[in-house]
Design a protein around this ligand. Structure first.
Ligand code: ZN
Length: 484
């Protein structure tokens, strides 16, 4: 029998084979099992969703410095079950401080829990502001340089950052730019137009209503011109409208001027040619002054309105106001020095002593020889009866023989006692003016309400065709009926 050769067959041990297979299986299974595990874990982990203004948000948001932080709405679910009421929130945002903040949302369900972290960044997102002094679209006179009018820059965080502004000029534009520390930029542009768009300004010297007298030379007080670009426009003023002083009428004069860029200006004046003392003339007469605080203001108004008036003065009040009355072309006339009835009407001598005393004051201060007088209380006064019988009958004749001219009034303003308001004085005077006579208006420049009513009375007169004049020695005397 043939011996069967021993064949040694190398065979892997069974146990090794088994081992290798197990490893391979494991290698295949690990990721699979992990995936299942993770899916399972995810399924068993609660979910937190954040929404802000109805939009889902992720893990971070940015808000502006000082912007109000609005809390997102948090909702939690566990296997489709709403467990929002189990959320606990922690963390705080201070939008008044630049920085990063964290808000924690936690929810727990059984063994499973979830924490969601929201990162809130507070940043400076606002650009600075630039404010220009002057106009953003500005006009500059042709041929001139633009003079920077100024600017200011503010930042919400840094405050005044004007120093950081960069100014750049590009042709007819000036560009102002600024950048804050956070890198926010702002730019603003000023546009320059090299054109004179502003007309000259014409102003009347004197008043809008001037009086010229029949057959007397009218001297136009003139106008003042000014312009933003052109100097010396005085030579370019044109005057239209003649004033014929030989014919009483109302004349209109127009003053015109044009600057080099063609901007025009005009202004008008009415000139009334009248006769001295013609009907409709208003004589403003002021008694008992001067007085500081009233007479000086009255003089200012008369100057503004270019109206001349008459002042019947006493020895009271400051000398300089008497001088001013005279220098400004008013008539300085005589009341009496003391205005003391019991003294000056107790005898003829006393009256003249009081009259000559004030006459000397006028002579001393103005150099003029005053002849125009007004009796204290008027020629019709009855108070003098207490002191001397028939003294007014005597004096009214005697003063005229001595070369004086006396003037009573036909329109009392009411300021001697009855009326104590500027409105009242205005109403009373304007209601009683008449075009059918001269209006000799009695006023007192020591009364504040008279001072306050004057401007409007003059305006009313001018607008209603009256003219104003001062008393001269040629003015007809206005006499009341003598009662003593
Ligand atoms: Zn008086």
């Amino acid at each position: 029998m043939r011996k069967r050769p021993k064949i040694k067959k190398r065979i892997q041990p069974r146990s090794d084979y088994k081992k290798n297979n197990t490893i391979t299986l494991f290698l295949i299974l690990i990721p699979f099992v992990t995936l299942i595990f993770l899916l399972t874990l995810d399924f068993y982990t609660p979910q937190i969703n954040l929404t802000l203004n109805h939009k889902k948000i992720g893990n971070s948001i940015t808000i502006n410095y000082k912007e109000k932080y609005i809390e997102p709405t948090a909702e939690a679910f566990y296997q489709n079950r709403n467990i929002t009421d189990q959320i606990t929130t922690s963390g705080k945002v201070d939008s008044n401080k630049i920085g990063e903040y964290k808000i924690y949302y936690k929810v727990k369900e059984g063994l499973f829990y979830k924490t969601k972290v929201l990162k809130v960044s507070v940043k400076d997102l606002s650009a600075p502001t630039i404010k220009l002094v002057g106009l953003q679209n500005t006009a500059v006179c042709p041929g001139r340089k633009y003079q920077e009018e100024g600017y200011k820059a503010y930042d919400n965080l840094e405050g005044d950052i004007t120093e950081k502004v960069k100014v750049k000029k590009v042709r007819d534009k000036i560009i102002y730019s600024v950048k804050d520390k956070a890198g926010n930029e702002k730019e603003i542009v000023r546009t320059i137009t090299y054109k004179d768009k502003t007309p000259p300004v014409l102003e009347l010297k004197g008043s809008a209503y001037e009086t010229a007298y029949l057959n007397e030379k009218f001297i136009d007080p003139g106008v003042v011109v000014s312009d933003n670009c052109d100097n010396n426009l005085e030579d370019k003023i044109e005057v239209e409208g003649d004033v014929d002083t030989s014919k009483p009428a109302s004349y209109e004069r127009i003053y015109k001027v044009e600057d080099q860029s063609g901007n025009k200006a005009t202004i008008k004046r009415t000139i009334n040619v009248v006769e001295h003392g013609q009907n409709g003339t208003i004589y403003l007469t002021f008694d008992d002054g001067p007085k500081k605080g009233t007479t000086d203001v009255i003089l200012d108004i008369l100057k503004e309105e270019n109206v001349k008036a008459t002042f019947f003065i006493t020895n009271g009040g400051p000398d300089d106001l008497v001088v001013r009355e005279f220098k400004e072309g008013h008539t300085v006339a005589l009341h009496t020095a003391s205005h003391n009835y019991s003294y000056l009407y107790s005898s003829v001598d006393n009256y003249y002593q009081d009259l000559y005393s004030v006459k000397e004051r006028v002579k001393r201060l103005t150099g003029s020889d005053a002849k125009i007088i007004r009796f204290p209380g008027g020629s019709s006064n009855t108070i003098s009866r207490r002191y001397s019988d028939k003294i007014m009958s005597f004096l009214t004749k005697d003063v005229v023989e001595k070369g004086f001219r006396y003037y009573d009034w036909n329109l009392a303003s009411g300021d001697a006692g009855e009326i104590h308001t500027a409105e009242g004085i205005y109403e009373h005077v304007t209601k009683n003016l008449s075009k059918d006579r001269v209006n000799m208006v009695l006023m007192h420049d020591i009364k504040p309400y008279t001072r306050d009513a004057l401007k409007k009375i003059i305006e009313y007169g001018k607008e209603n065709g009256y003219n104003f004049d001062k008393i001269t020695e040629k003015t007809d005397m206005i006499k009341q009926r003598v009662n003593n």
